[in-house]
Every structure is written in C-alpha cells, then in structure tokens.
Design a protein around this ligand. Structure first.
Ligand code: C2O
Ligand code: CU
Length: 480
C-alpha cells in the first residue's frame, strides 16, 4: 500500500552540509555517461565531486557522476529505467517535463512509495515529445537535488537535422561551508536571502577554469542545451555574433529570429536550446552576468578551431579572462534580453484568450505566514493545506498566475503536462506559440496560460525554487 505522506516528497529536513576536502577521496565521481539503450539502470550512491581542481565536495549521484548519466532516446521509444537505491535514505526519480502516465511520475506519497535504501523501482514510459528534459529525485527534493541527484534526458527527433556538436550544459550552485558565501549584491541575478548560502557555481559539476570548454570546428552547427538544476535564476550573456534560441522546455520555437550578443535568463527547472554556426575562430564566451568571482566562475568558453589553429587550455583561459574583463555587468547591461513572448514567428495556436474555458483558475504567488512561520503561498495557502485545482479529462483549463513578491522569481512547474502561454501582463503573445512546463513568473508579473486536461492523475504544480516549494508554494492538479 502507498505511504500517503504528502509532505515527504518535498521534505523539510534541515541538513547541515558537509564541507569540501582537498585530499583525494577514494570515491571520486566518474565522467558523465551517455546512455542510449532503451533499458537503463540508475544507481543512487554517494561520491565526491572534484568541483575545482583539487577540491572535492561530498555529493549524491546517479551512477557516480554529477550530473548523472545523460539518457538519450528517440521520440516514440519506450524507455525503461531501473532505479537502485544504494543511499541510506529513500529516493525517487521524477522526469521533469516529460508527459508520461502518473504512475511513472516519481512523486513519493502521491504516485508511488519512496524507494527505500536497498530497494528498486522500475519506470517505463513512451516518449511522446522530442526535446531537452532532466530527471531528479523528488524525495526531499531541496536537499537531494541540492546534493546532486539529477541527470539529463534528451529525446531526439526521428529525422532531426544533424548537428556536429550537441552538448548539454547543466547550471547549478552549491553550498560549501568551507568557502565564503558571496556578497548578496555581487550577482545581479541573486534573488533573495535564501541564496546567500550558495558559494560555488557550476556548469556540469565544475566551476571556473575547471569547466571543460566546448571545442568545435569552424563551420560546425552547434547545439547547446542549457538546463538549470539549481535554485537560482541565472542571467547569462551570450557573446556570439549570430545565434538562435530554438527550443525551450523541450518545445521548438517556430522560426526563431537570429540574435546577436544578448542575455538569456534561465530560471530553476527551465531548459533553453541555443544553436549557431561556429563561424569565427577563437573563443566566444557564455557566462553569468556579474563581476564577482562567483559570477565569473560560471562560464563556458566555446572554442572554434580550424584545421591549422588549435588553442591550448592556457590560451583559452587567457582569452576567457580578457573577455570577462571587458564583459562587465555595466557593459552587458546594454545587451538585449531574450523575450520569449515576442520571439519567433507567429503560427496557428491551440488556445487563445477569447475562447471559453471549462476551468478558470487564478494563482497568486507570495510570501506569507502560516502557523507563525514564513511560508510561500499560492492564494494565501501553504501546501499541504492548499485547495486542489480540479479538472475532468477533456477540460480546457485557463490559469492566471500573478507574482506578488517584491523581489523573488517563482518559476512555476507543472508535472505531466505542457501549457501554452497566452499573455504576459495583459498583452497577448505576438511571436511563436509558447509552450512551457516551467514558467518563470517574475515579481509583479501576471501570465495567463492554458492547457488541455488529457493526462488523468494527481499532478504537482509548484515553484522550482525548492526552498519556496518546501515552504508551501505547491498545489495539486487533481483529475476528478
Ligand atoms: Cu523538477 Cu516537481 O519537479
Ligand atoms: Cu518561488
């Protein structure tokens, strides 16, 4: 029988973080695997991540790496994932953004029992949408994702245009009690006091000069898939003369425009796929906006080489440093930020603002107080003491989300569905029909979204800043 403890899956365990060490541990993480089979085993176990050269952080992993293996399948494949738990705490796997049957959604207490130490669970589902997804534990999520229990999940199209380089880049941030926390003002994208505790920023589990550059050949078509696995919204600059953001949350953007040196804001749980042709030889930098060491440590050099020019790691680093010195906050502040609500070419869309909907819900997102404690609330209620949103199979559902917080983003993630964004701050979208599973509602903003209720079950709808989810910003979408 299922353990219906509704609070366990987001968890409230306060765990004092262990600090990094500098002596080489025996259980060092391995290189991230790419798993292309249709039957896969993910084993949750402990290890130490070399986050900077000679600095090892205790982590929890799938198959010994952070991020865990990248699972690559083709659209339409049925994939089977066996989870084995070798940790001493219960875990689960949620496939973030994937539309699958509710029994495979990986939410302990709601869709399955948590997988106990020594236990196993098998997930199996058909991949309906092609795109960039990720998976993570949904047990004690704030703590377990924070410790590294996540990986990437790529569903390729059957007849996709080939690209020479296809890389997934996972953003994250960590709390190492041995390192000084960044000054709150230091990173313009740092959002609240919750963030003060994070003091290492990583891409694919590595920080600063320890991040492996993306090396490509001149003329290559390159696809970079950004995933934000952390709790901080990151604002990245892309110092590239011509690129396109081709997809978000696994859904393609219709005829995206070419952009030039701009900013890309990526909230927790979101994904953005960026494409370009590597035209200019040398280093083109993508990095976090900010002048602090912490912001500067989150950057990825794209190194374009020709048949007769290669760059050593030292040369790459020198170029990165000199670019970073020029690309100050003040300078990139003038660069345009991608506005997805105005981006891409308009095309027929499934929903519009004028049509009538079977359900019409409103969600006001804010900080509040519940039982004398700080809470993050939806319509003034903190989970699990929150009213469900109920639907019947086949319903069209409209949801209006307003963020009333003064300075905190609320990236709202719905399980098991994708939704179309219809308007932002009262203005209908003018570009490509925008489909998301994680929508960043920034302070003062209001979005109207719509979806078709076509996947019966009980589905979480929560903020992916997991401190907020843990402190109540969560609701259930329940099929009657
Ligand atoms: Cu990526 Cu309910 O979460
Ligand atoms: Cu939030």
């Amino acid at each position: 029988s299922m353990n219906m403890d509704h609070s366990a899956h987001m968890g409230t365990t306060a765990v004092a973080p262990e600090g990094s060490i500098t002596t080489k541990p025996a259980d060092i993480t391995t290189q991230q695997q790419i798993l292309t089979g249709k039957e896969i085993t993910l084993t949750a176990r402990k290890a130490h991540l070399e986050i900077e050269k000679g600095k090892y952080l205790p982590v929890w992993t799938f198959n010994g790496s952070v991020p865990g293996p990248q699972i690559e399948v083709t659209q339409g494949d049925t994939v089977t994932v066996h989870l084995k738990n070798e940790l001493d705490v219960p875990v689960s796997i949620h496939f973030h953004g994937v539309v699958l049957p509710v029994a495979m959604d990986g939410v302990p207490g709601v869709t399955q029992d948590a997988v106990q130490p020594g236990g196993t669970f098998t997930y199996t589902f058909k991949t309906l949408h092609a795109g960039t997804y990720w998976y993570h534990s949904h047990q004690d999520s704030l703590n377990q994702i924070g410790k590294g229990l996540y990986g990437t999940f790529i569903v390729k199209k059957k007849n996709a245009e080939p690209v020479e380089t296809d890389r997934t880049l996972v953003l994250d941030e960590w709390n190492d009690p041995n390192t000084h926390a960044p000054d709150r003002e230091a990173n313009t994208a740092a959002l609240s006091s919750n963030m003060g505790m994070y003091n290492i920023y990583t891409i694919n589990g590595r920080s600063g000069s320890y991040i492996e550059p993306v090396r490509v050949q001149q003329g290559d078509r390159v696809r970079l898939r950004f995933v934000n696995a952390g709790n901080m919204t990151q604002l990245l600059y892309i110092n590239h003369a011509a690129y396109r953001v081709v997809s978000t949350d696994g859904e393609d953007i219709n005829r995206p425009q070419t952009l030039q040196r701009g900013l890309l804001r990526i909230a927790p749980g979101e994904r953005y796929d960026v494409e370009f042709i590597a035209a200019e030889p040398g280093v083109q930098l993508i990095g976090a906006v900010g002048d602090s060491d912490f912001a500067r440590s989150m950057r990825i050099p794209v190194v374009t080489e020709t048949a007769d020019t290669t760059l050593s790691d030292t040369q790459v680093n020198d170029q990165v440093n000199s670019q970073q010195n020029k690309l100050t906050t003040q300078m990139v502040a003038k660069w345009p930020e991608l506005d997805l609500t105005r981006y891409g070419k308009a095309a027929p869309s499934q929903f519009n603002l004028q049509q009538s909907y079977d359900r019409d819900y409103r969600m006001t997102l804010n900080m509040g107080v519940s039982n004398g404690q700080t809470a993050y609330t939806i319509n003034g209620q903190a989970y699990p003491k929150a009213d469900n949103m109920t639907v019947k199979t086949g319903d069209t559902v409209k949801i209006t989300m307003t963020n009333e917080s003064v300075n905190e983003d609320h990236p709202m993630h719905l399980h098991g569905h994708i939704f179309q964004v219809l308007s932002k701050n009262g203005k209908p979208l003018s570009g490509s029909p925008l489909w998301k599973d994680t929508l960043n509602v920034r302070p003062g903003e209001t979005y109207v979204v719509a979806l078709k209720a076509a996947n019966p079950g009980i589905w979480m709808f929560h903020c992916h800043e997991l401190h907020h989810a843990t402190m109540g910003m969560m609701i259930d979408l329940v099929y009657e």
